[in-house]
Design a protein around this ligand. Structure first.
Ligand code: PMV
Length: 333
């Protein structure tokens, strides 16, 4: 019976085509604007939770090693929320395995908290209905709300004057598109990032003179992106995704003090993407809170794009396509 023993959940990262950047409420993790993403079929996170009555504290095991630092504190904080909602008090042993480098802007927190939300809700007996789960995953890491769903998903910011703002901010899947897209990840560096996305967002919202213009643009981008996906217009999808991501980076680079995730190697990939387009290959760049670049293209062009990227020194290219939502793998007894 779910809710009494251990549970294993698997979730994949998602890459936003219209980015989430900036919170209007830090505690509830409420974003300033809607965002829209594609869940990938690579780099899954698998998380197992076992409840233990006889133990006072949670034990967190990350990639086989016990963690007693910031990751463990963040996971325990999330479990406290789940326990409070479920009216339960048992501690847990959480074992999580990432196949994506953590902290490098490759959406490891999205897959991580989507898997944790599903495993924890299931273990403690909370509802596992996907929209409800997206609200819960959001509290761990905003972008995780979208990884509950496969394919394309939208995360609604929710109206600021909604009677229950927590209820109003959730993710849901978008209607199927005829577009068969790939995101080719250009992996340049896989170490942890110098500034967390949480801190970078906070700084951007407070100090960047470009933030309010970008936010206004991002709100419009979500509508245009949905329409472009619905009519299968890859040129608009690509152009909006690239402009939105590069605009997001300009906002943080103009914060005080500035946050620079883009490195010389990132710029080399960005230039290469522009060169590919100039030569007729439909490819657009997007970037998150790290130096790595993701290149959006038609699925049929993905190997060609990956081949070009692999010519760049130090660049490992991984082809990702549309992937599944979070799933409960099995119940461990
Ligand atoms: O979910 P967080 O707090 O790791 O924020 C991630 C934000 C970006 O990846 C940069 C953009 C996005 O929408 O995923």
């Amino acid at each position: 019976m779910p809710g009494s023993d251990g549970c294993v959940a698997v979730a994949h990262p998602n890459i936003a085509l219209v980015k989430y950047w900036g919170k209007r409420d830090e505690d509830l993790v409420l974003p300033c604007a809607d965002s829209l993403s594609m869940t990938l079929d690579v780099f899954p996170t698998t998380t197992e939770i076992r409840l233990v009555d006889c133990q006072a504290q949670d034990v967190v095991i990350v990639d086989g090693a016990v963690d007693r630092g910031a990751t463990a504190r963040r996971i325990t904080g999330f479990l406290d929320l789940v326990r409070e909602r479920a009216g339960r008090s048992e501690a847990a042993v959480v074992a999580t395995r990432n196949t994506v480098p953590v902290g490098a802007g490759l959406a490891s927190s999205a897959s991580g908290f989507a898997a944790l939300a599903l495993a924890a809700a299931s273990a403690y007996g909370l509802p596992v209905e996907p929209v409800e789960l997206s609200r819960l995953a959001r509290r761990g890491s905003g972008s995780a709300a979208r990884s509950i769903f496969g394919g394309f998903a939208i995360w609604h910011a929710g109206a600021p004057d909604a009677p229950d703002p927590d209820l109003a901010s959730y993710a849901e899947p978008l209607a199927k598109t005829t577009l068969d897209l790939a995101l080719v990840a250009a992996l340049l560096e896989t170490g942890p990032k110098p500034v967390s996305s949480r801190e970078a967002m906070r700084r951007t919202v407070k100090t960047s003179p470009l933030f309010s213009d970008w936010l206004g643009m991002a709100r419009g981008d979500c509508t245009v992106m949905r329409e472009a996906l619905a009519r299968g217009d890859i040129a608009t999808v690509g152009a909006i995704a690239e402009r939105n991501a590069l605009g997001m980076h300009q906002t943080m680079e103009s914060a005080v003090p500035p946050v620079h995730y883009r490195t010389p190697a990132s710029h080399r990939v960005l230039e290469e993407v522009h060169r590919m387009r100039a030569h007729g290959l439909q490819a657009w760049a997007t970037m998150d809170a790290g130096p790595n670049v993701k290149v959006l293209c038609a699925s049929d062009d993905a190997e060609r794009v990956a081949c070009v990227l692999r010519q760049l020194s130090g660049c490992v290219a991984v082809v990702a396509r549309s992937g599944p939502g979070a799933t409960l793998d099995k119940t461990v007894r």
